[in-house]
Design a protein around this ligand. Structure first.
Ligand code: SF4
Length: 417
């Protein structure tokens, strides 16, 4: 564990409430990620009269989330004097893009840096864009590092630095849309691989760095902004929150956020899951699956996705497949089989391809969709479980060694866990 935290009690989990502007010493508070009430309060604080608040909130919301501006001076229908006051008091800037890597398959990975908060230091996180036919998925981070230590996950080796704030979570979506030219009047970069029709970012998955249910309030607020019908307007059916299994928070997430749920399952016995996903020691399989069965809104049209990383000789036997089907009985579910993506020092190997297919066939014949994740962005370390931002970068020798691991060209997967 990176930090000494009692994960058993939801009340003692690391919660960071969205900061009030006054709490942000040393930098201008961001207007990004505030709800309408918060935005109205911010406007009131710079002298906007009460009777204008609603109209001004609507104007700003449109500029921020429909037009995607990152500079107050672009807000043409806002009086110059008000734009100036807003600029003096607040920020709508994007994070710094430290690095942008583009895979040969079109997957993009950004290393974003967020300014320091108060006495804290600037932090860096990774966000990944995966274009496919008919959809573009953005994999968003919720924490810098992670308190959990799932043994197959590279992020799990990076200590938790802090939770991300709503502006930093929404900022990942806005900046990705900037870079893809996905706002009105913006052009998509020449040669970019994007879906041939529809929105360039059509889906958001909270599957990047961190455990989103340990940053509940900030994630909830950010997702309410991302799904707001008058702004970024992403349907909740196209937003997926992935958890390693923070059982006490699952019903609340279903009721309050109403987004799609994914579970990092990866094992079908407590004995093994205790090792692969150590939060299982607090919330064992029986409790986790009971929470899934009771997930609000669960139906065949709103299935739960179970992520299952394929580890050679560890969790990939036919007995495992059989037990998986037995465990999930009665839960409308889809099972994503994820060929393991190695990282330097990782203790596992990816299952043989034939075995993955046999496993998938069995699960599929039992009536569950069981797609095998196609490899995305392996050449830029953007694949599932490979995200890590710390300054502890790969040494060149490690990178060369990793890139030299012989695997079929079509292996890998898109999600960070
Ligand atoms: S899989 Fe998710 S919860 Fe587990 S260590 Fe990685 S980022 Fe944390």
């Amino acid at each position: 564990m990176a930090l000494s935290l009692d994960l058993a009690s939801p009340d003692s989990r690391p919660r960071v409430a969205p900061p009030a502007p006054a709490e942000r010493a040393g930098d201008k508070p961001s207007l990004i990620g505030l709800d309408r009430e918060g935005l109205a309060k911010a406007l009131e604080d710079v002298g906007v009269p009460q009777k204008q608040l609603r109209m001004r909130v609507t104007q700003l919301w449109h500029w921020l989330y429909v037009r995607g501006v990152s500079d107050f001076s672009a807000m043409a229908n806002v009086a110059k004097d008000l734009r100036q006051r807003l600029d003096e008091a607040y920020s709508i800037a994007r994070p710094e893009i430290v690095e942008e890597k583009i895979s040969t398959d079109g997957t993009r990975k950004w290393l974003f840096r967020f300014a320091s908060r108060g006495a804290g230091r600037p932090v860096e996180i990774e966000t990944v864009y995966i274009p496919e036919e008919g959809r573009g998925t953005l994999c968003v981070s919720s924490q810098v590092g992670c308190t959990l230590t799932c043994t197959f996950c590279h992020t799990g080796t990076q200590k938790l630095v802090r939770n991300l704030f709503p502006d930093e979570i929404v900022g990942q979506v806005l900046t990705a849309r900037d870079r893809l030219g996905d706002f009105p009047d913006a052009a998509t970069p020449a040669g970019a691989i994007v879906p041939s029709e529809g929105r360039l970012i059509s889906n958001v998955v909270m599957m990047g760095m961190g455990e989103p249910l340990y940053n509940y309030d900030n994630v909830k607020q950010a997702l309410s902004v991302v799904s707001d019908g008058e702004g970024l307007s992403l349907s909740k059916r196209r937003i997926t929150l992935s958890t390693s299994g923070v059982v006490p928070m699952i019903p609340r997430a279903g009721e309050e956020m109403g987004v799609m749920l994914a579970i990092s399952l990866h094992a079908v016995t407590d004995e093994l899951r205790d090792k692969l996903v150590p939060i299982n020691r607090k919330y064992p399989l029986e409790e986790l699956l009971a929470a899934c069965r009771a997930y609000p809104g669960l139906s065949n049209a709103r299935r739960i996705t179970f992520e299952y990383v394929m580890l050679k000789g560890v969790n990939d036997s036919m007995a495992d497949a059989k037990e998986l089907v037995r465990l999930l009985k009665g839960i409308p579910a889809k099972i994503n089989l994820i060929p393991f993506n190695p990282w330097p020092g990782s203790p596992y190997e990816c299952s043989d391809w034939d075995q993955i297919e046999r496993f998938a066939d069995y699960v599929n014949q039992a009536g569950y969709a069981s797609p095998i994740r196609t490899p995305r962005g392996r050449d830029i370390f953007a694949a599932c479980g490979q995200l890590k931002s710390e300054s502890e970068r790969l040494r060149k020798t490690e990178r060369v060694a990793l890139e030299g691991i012989a695997m079929p060209a079509d292996w890998g997967h898109e999600h960070a866990r």
